[in-house]
Design a protein around this ligand. Structure first.
Ligand code: ACO
Length: 716
């Protein structure tokens, strides 16, 4: 059977659609030997009931599973959209040439032995040739692809994939194959499963774009080891998460894990906290473990979009209710709190000694009917948006009856409101949990697992409701920036001197303490008197980058005498530090008033491209590593979220009677740095340390601005 109509979108985006809905698939390396990968792939295609034509290719001819085997691709008469290549690496390039002659659209290169083992040259050669001849490459080093849209299982996995609403993209082959078995065991249906291996050509971003358009897909689950074209991935994810839930598992969280991931895939895993922050920015749900990712994917695939954020916990045990409340706080799940409405809704369905406060405690005497009535009462109240029903095994309660009730209630309400269950008890209860899960009921033994699903749903829901649109355009006078950089480049410098940093701050509209450049002692004294005491004095020399190390900085100078002494001391120490240093003079700077010291920076990240970083200064950033990141350019809302991400954020909101700090001022600086690092890609690092933040209404001050850039202009 042929799949003919692929819709109008195909005209504009033919590429990846053909990968998921091919009309015919050939397997180069189809084997007669049932122990080989080339046999297994043909077998999976046949068993899954692929709707298009299957052409096994093998020089020995004959038949495999009743299909005619062609000695080479040229002898196949019909068109072939996808070719699976499963022959040893040294023969792959010739096979790719055969595919080009046959005008194939996509190559699935299963074969290992390319960039992941240092053979990057051969991989590049294959991809370049394929692209020149209008073909796209998935892999190499993959286990294949499954697409429910075409009933195609072109993997060498264990088979038995159920069709459904979850799409999996995986960089790890072995884990991906194991996931096939796991999805089957958990009855998790898939719309697609793609192994991306070395991602030499097609990468996550392109696959995500397709899956975002694929109506069958509701949740996308990704396993990532390293990010290659991070800026493109960020743009794509921001779009995709408006429509679909995206769950990511990224290995390399720990230092050792990152090293293992780097050697495993040949691509460096980006620093983990950058990845974490940027995924949050994109509205992606990052799971801690494969099991958590599965739990979320399973729940989100069936859960309706909630109409609000208020949840209700119904329980037969006080203790487990409290645990659930803790879990709600941890995962950001809000609990419905109108006590009168709770009382009116639940007082009829509980004994006098129960509690209608949320958690609603039906007590250990609760019967299945009590649960049924309270669930009905909750689910029909439009102000209560999601339910968490908890059950602790009791001697009085018929657990089997309860299981039947859960199934019934879940089936009735699953289209209307998100409901999740947690059942805790002995072997009998565990068995029921397993059975219900197989039937697709979102039930867990551990209450934290149940609440974590609700938390994930709300995080994704918040992202979907946010107004669309990217970062507001921040005006940057790029020509003026480049002019300052060029002057430094003329002196073969890749960093700015203090007076140049001042100029840059002016171009960006950053508020800095007043500063005057002084070429000698007289000028230094005059500058200090003009600015007003106290002042700071810093050496200006292109030969001294680390001014403090050279004794080139004096703080808190209170009068003329101190300025004179400091000037002489600075000159002495700097000469001693570097005898032949050319000293242009000193910078006399207004001593900034005390405020909250923060650090804000931007740089070109190896994985994600331009990024912005924010943290509180001093020990918060150095010891506690309390920093957050965002991909640039960033909107004011994204900048605000970045600031709110740090653990010490309450200090900016004002603690112990202190006033709220000038958060808007930090947002201004963050969006400006984001725009600058995005527009001027030759700038490699910007750091404002400290950015002193005053009380709301009193602004912020960039006390020290450092900028590093490439000494030759590369990007124009
Ligand atoms: N055209 C058509 N068929 C060919 C050609 C050709 N040019 N060359 C060889 N063949 C046939 C062979 O005759 C053989 O068929 P036969 O068994 O009927 O004789 C078949 O193709 C396979 O060739 P072999 O030389 O037997 O290769 P083998 O199957 O041992 O290995 C493979 C090929 C599987 C691609 C291997 O080189 C490889 O890369 N293995 C690793 C695959 C992998 O793990 N990928 C990553 C997955 S993810 C993960 O981590 C699990």
């Amino acid at each position: 059977m042929q799949i003919k109509t692929l819709g109008d979108e195909m005209k504009t985006r033919p590429d990846v659609d053909y990968l998921f809905k091919p009309r015919a698939v050939a397997v180069i390396g189809a084997s007669h030997n049932s122990a080989k990968i080339g046999y297994r792939i043909v077998e999976n295609m046949v068993q899954r009931g692929y709707k298009g034509e299957i052409y096994p290719i093998n020089p020995h001819g004959g038949e495999i599973l009743g299909l005619k085997v062609y000695p080479n691709l040229a002898e196949v008469e019909g068109d072939v959209d996808v070719v699976v290549i499963t022959i040893p690496a040294r023969y792959v390039f010739d096979a790719v040439k055969e595919c080009a002659a046959k005008r194939v659209k996509h190559l699935l290169i299963i074969t290992s032995g390319f960039s992941e083992v240092g053979n990057a040259e051969e991989e590049r050669k294959i991809v370049a040739y394929a692209r020149e001849h209008g073909m796209r490459v998935l892999g190499p080093n993959i286990f294949g692809l499954y697409s429910a849209a075409a009933s195609l299982d072109a993997t060498f996995g264990p088979g038995g994939i159920l069709p459904g609403r979850v799409a999996i993209i995986t960089q790890s082959g072995a884990l991906g194959i194991a996931m096939i078995g796991k999805t089957a065991a958990e009855s998790l249906g898939l719309s697609a499963l793609v192994s991306i291996g070395n991602k030499s050509d097609i990468d996550e971003s392109e696959l995500l774009e397709y899956l975002a358009r694929d109506e069958a897909t509701k949740v996308i689950l990704m396993y990532i080891e390293g990010v290659k074209h991070g800026d493109r991935l960020v743009d794509t994810l921001k779009q995709v998460t408006r429509k679909k839930h995206v769950v990511v598992i990224k290995s390399g969280r720990s230092q050792r894990g990152a090293m293992a991931a780097a050697s495993h895939t040949g691509s460096l895993a980006g620093a983990d906290n950058i990845f974490d922050s940027i995924m949050r920015q994109c509205g992606v749900l990052r799971a801690e473990s494969v099991q958590e990712a599965f739990n979320w994917a399973r729940f989100l695939a069936d859960a309706p979009i909630p109409s609000g954020k208020e949840s209700v916990i119904i329980t037969n045990g006080g203790g487990i209710g409290v645990l659930a409340t803790d879990a709600c706080e941890k995962y950001g799940v809000d609990l419905y709190d109108d006590q009168q409405v709770l009382k009116d809704t639940f007082s009829d369905v509980m004994p006098d000694f129960g509690s209608s406060k949320n958690p609603v405690d039906l007590t250990g005497q609760a019967t299945a009917q009590d649960y049924e009535r309270s669930l009905e009462a909750m689910l029909s109240n439009p102000d209560m948006h999601a339910a968490l029903a908890l059950y602790c095994e009791t001697a009085l309660f018929d657990t089997e009856e309860f299981a039947a009730l859960l199934k019934r209630e879940y089936a009735r309400y699953k289209e209307k409101k998100p409901v999740v269950f947690s059942l805790f008890g002995g072997e009998k209860v565990e068995e029921i949990v397993r059975e219900l899960r197989k039937e697709g009921v979102p039930v867990f033994s551990d209450v934290y697992d149940a609440v974590s699903c609700l938390g994930a749903m709300y995080r994704s829901w918040i992202k979907m409701r946010q107004p669309s649109g990217g970062a507001e355009e921040v005006e940057i006078d790029v020509a003026a920036v480049e002019e300052i950089l060029d002057r430094a480049r003329d002196e073969k410098r890749g960093f700015l001197l203090a007076n140049e940093a001042q100029e840059m701050a002016k171009v960006l509209g950053l508020s800095m303490p007043e500063s005057i450049m002084a070429r000698n002692l007289d000028e230094a004294v005059r500058a200090a008197e003009k600015i007003g005491y106290p002042v700071v004095m810093k050496v200006v020399s292109k030969d001294i980058i680390h001014k403090s190390d050279a004794g080139g900085v004096a703080l808190d100078l209170l009068n003329r005498d101190e300025v004179v002494d400091a000037y002489q001391a600075i000159m002495r120490s700097c000469r001693a530090y570097k005898k032949d240093a050319l000293i242009q003079g000193v910078e006399v700077v207004e001593m900034a008033k005390a405020g909250v010291e923060t650090i804000i920076g931007a740089r070109q990240d190896g994985s994600f491209g331009p990024i912005v970083m924010f943290g509180l200064g001093g020990i918060y950033v150095e010891v506690m590593k309390d920093v957050a990141f965002r991909a640039a350019p960033l909107s004011r809302r994204e900048a605000n979220d970045m600031i709110a991400d740090i653990r010490s954020y309450p200090l900016l909101l004002g603690v112990r009677g202190e006033k709220r700090k000038e958060i808007d001022g930090i947002i201004d600086v963050a969006t400006k740095l984001g725009a600058l690092i995005d527009k001027c890609r030759d700038i490699t690092d910007i750091e404002i340390n400290p950015l002193v933040v005053y009380e709301h209404g009193h602004g912020v001050k960039a006390v020290d601005v450092r900028i590093l850039f490439k000494t030759t202009r590369e990007v124009r």
